[in-house]
Design a protein around this ligand. Structure first.
Ligand SMILES: [Zn+2]
Length: 238
């Protein structure tokens, strides 16, 4: 009961600023590997979710706009119905199936790329290799102003389970690799599996990262911690 009251009071004093959608794969229904649920949605479902949000009066904003809103003093003047679309890992299907839809609606988006997936062009899974965006596709996508590329470590491991030095390497080196491809500073980051600890936060705090994202937690609210901005997983699983 006390917890509920505390939550209620927190929500009241920290109004919603934005929902940050967290997506992974976007693949036509006939190519679905059931083992991937809930981390795969169909292009049709993505388009449905976009239309549904637009009809409800939401607007789609970029991570840069979210950063400005979370830093701003003028929350009351801002529309509270904002959505940022983010994709994790860097699947090739994001480029093939999600990108044309986002282009059609002129919606900005951010992709958090794990550097090893990009360098090898595949993600190994028990059901075979999954195609990932390589450096060529990524540099092409990065030229579109709708797209922001963010960091997601090199090896896609749980950061909180790694020794301090390795955490540092995974974060620093991944940004260096991506910056070479994107030819711009990487200013946003997402923790693989939402895993981070105090060491992670202090590393992120010391570098040129404006916002870093958690893997869950609901809406981003006023005064939320920019080092672990909450997100909402978008899943076609009912
Ligand atoms: Zn990931």
């Amino acid at each position: 009961m006390f917890k509920k009251l505390k939550r209620y009071w927190y929500n009241l004093t920290h109004p919603k600023i934005c929902d940050v959608w967290e997506l992974h794969r976007v693949t036509p229904e006939n190519l679905f590997d059931e083992g991937w649920r809930p981390y795969v949605i169909s292009p049709n479902y993505l388009e449905y979710k976009i239309n549904d949000a637009l009809q409800k009066g939401f607007r789609f904003v970029s991570v840069e706009e979210l950063y400005a809103m979370l830093n701003g003093e003028c929350y009351r003047l801002l529309p509270q119905k904002n959505i940022v679309i983010t994709f994790d890992d860097g699947y090739l299907d994001n480029f093939e199936y999600a990108y044309p839809i986002l282009k059609k609606y002129n919606i900005p988006f951010c992709i958090f790329v794990a550097a090893d997936f990009m360098l090898t062009g595949v993600q190994k899974s028990s059901n075979g290799d999954i195609a990932m965006m390589d450096a060529n596709v990524l540099s092409l996508l990065a030229k579109d102003e709708l797209c922001t590329i963010g960091g997601h470590t090199i090896s896609h491991l749980k950061l909180a389970k790694l020794p301090d030095e390795q955490q540092k390497y995974e974060i620093y080196e991944s940004l260096r690799i991506l910056e070479k491809v994107v030819k711009n500073p990487i200013e946003y980051f997402a923790y693989p599996y939402g895993s981070y600890d105090n060491v992670t936060l202090s590393i992120i705090n010391q570098i040129n990262i404006k916002m870093s994202f958690a893997a869950w937690g609901g809406s981003a609210r006023k005064d939320c911690n920019l080092l672990c901005v909450p997100r909402v997983i978008i899943s076609s699983q009912k």
